[in-house]
Design a protein around this ligand. Structure first.
Ligand code: ADP
Length: 297
């Protein structure tokens, strides 16, 4: 049964939402308490980041959340990739409509997973989101505050790409965050952005759980030969240079792209394939890295 914990019934005197801060209006304080009351019911929060779009951030987020749910955990998946919300497509939830009331939105339930995406707010999936910065920040905040996740073991957040205002406000609002998984592709041009993402995490005090190098070589489905389509090793090298864990390299696998397009989660349907095993190993390491960070905190 879900607990009905609210800020008022909480006995944690060290909680930052206990007292109104200087320069904080009553409304801002009430908002912060509402947000904190939601986040308090979520045991672990992991954000998936990338320096740029199209590198496989949503793919990693969807597979990580699904793998956790398949293990019987209570999992939420929040897609706040404002300009490219691909989670509904990857889960076959395009066209799903939201229920609840204003201020109390209910996530869409999917096979033991609770899902919320900016994409559910768009009337037409082809609509482009043309919002100015403050509006985007407002939507992110509202999303965090208004979605009733209930009690969760894990919330996996698919963040907007880059190191700008949107991921920044996300990391500042979701406190405390267990850590960030950073996804990149292997070539230098993309990997340079990983440095920025790692520096970003350090500046906002978010532990880096590790770097995933995606689209790292192409495995021929016929003969199994690996061809390095993109120059390799950028993510691995930067992880070593910056002393953060390297979690593994996922090859370019047509099965992943097909899964994403058809709404069939790869880790569920292809867990026994070589790529499925690599993905599972990365997910296991994310969870181990998260436990270690907690122990060292
Ligand atoms: P991002 O969230 O970084 O924008 P996505 O996860 O949406 O990136 O991935 C972009 C596209 O690449 C999607 O169509 C996805 O299915 C595909 N893709 C991601 N990783 C792989 C992979 N390892 N092999 C093949 N296709 C992939």
């Amino acid at each position: 049964m879900e607990s009905k914990k609210t800020c008022d019934s909480c006995g944690d005197s060290s909680c930052s939402a206990k007292n109104q801060q200087q320069n904080e209006s009553k409304e801002e304080y009430a908002d912060r308490r509402r947000l904190q009351a939601r986040l308090c019911r979520i045991q672990h929060k992991i954000v998936v980041l990338s320096g740029k779009g199209g590198v496989g951030k949503s793919t990693v987020a969807v597979n990580l959340a699904t793998a956790l749910a398949l293990n019987g955990l209570r999992v939420g998946l929040l897609d706040v990739d404002i300009h490219g919300p691909s989670v509904p497509t990857m889960l076959g939830l395009e066209g799903a409509s939201l229920s609840g009331t204003p201020g109390e939105l209910l996530p869409v339930e999917f096979g033991g997973l609770k899902v919320m995406s900016i994409g559910f707010l768009l009337h037409n999936p082809d609509d482009a989101v043309i919002w100015r910065g403050p509006m985007k920040m407002g939507v992110i905040k509202q999303f965090l505050t208004d979605v009733n996740w209930g009690d969760l073991d894990y919330l996996i957040v698919d963040a907007p790409p880059g190191t700008g205002d949107e991921p920044l406000s996300l990391c500042q609002l979701i406190q405390p965050l267990d850590g960030a998984v950073i996804v990149t592709t292997p070539q230098k041009v993309a990997a340079v952005d990983v440095r920025k993402s790692i520096s970003f995490c350090r500046q906002v005090n978010v532990p880096v759980l590790g770097v995933v190098e995606n689209m790292s070589g192409f495995v021929c489905p016929k003969c199994g030969e690996v061809t390095q389509i993109l120059p390799e090793g950028g993510g691995r090298k930067i992880a070593a240079d910056m002393s953060v864990p390297f979690l593994g390299a996922i090859p370019m696998d047509p099965g992943i792209a097909q899964s994403g397009d058809s709404g069939k989660v790869f880790i569920y349907h292809s867990s026994e394939s070589p790529t499925g095993k690599i993905l599972q190993d990365i997910i296991d390491q994310i969870l181990d890295s998260n436990k270690e960070q907690k122990l060292n905190a």
